[in-house]
Design a protein around this ligand. Sequence first.
Ligand SMILES: [Zn+2]
Ligand SMILES: [Zn+2]
Length: 162
Amino acid sequence: MRSLETLLDLFRQNGLKITAQRRMILELLVNDDSHPTAEQVYRRILETIPDISRTTVYNTLGELTDLGELTPVHNISGRGQRYDTNQETHHHLHCVECHELLDISRDYERMDLSLEEASGYRILRHQVTFFGICPDCQTRRGDHAADEDGRQLLMQSAPDTE
Ligand SMILES: [Zn+2]
Ligand SMILES: [Zn+2]
């Protein structure tokens, strides 16, 4: 995510008022690479601003998404919409137990679909998710080796939304 100052400028340029609440939400997100849900952001803000409304948090996340600073992440954990603060091309490592979602930087540029496989879609981007069990969860389960068979590869292709 870009710096707090850049985000504040972007808000101003788009005629959005910088309230203490919005500023707080931006501050929190700038340092958050955990792909939080809107509800998680709301609960964290609540610790500092006990009277913030859920609507304010959800609206601010929506504004950031509209500005292209947040990307909603495909729901792979079954826990609602998550937000990605990383706007660079990247891929994911997902723990199926604790739902941790880590960014991976790796070049999958050449991973492509044939015209037939793409079913007429104009492909905009692709993102690879590796499913596994993180070291902490392995320790909790008493496993000491990664479960190779449990690893899957999922291709996500966003349809043309224009
Ligand atoms: Zn885990
Ligand atoms: Zn990510």
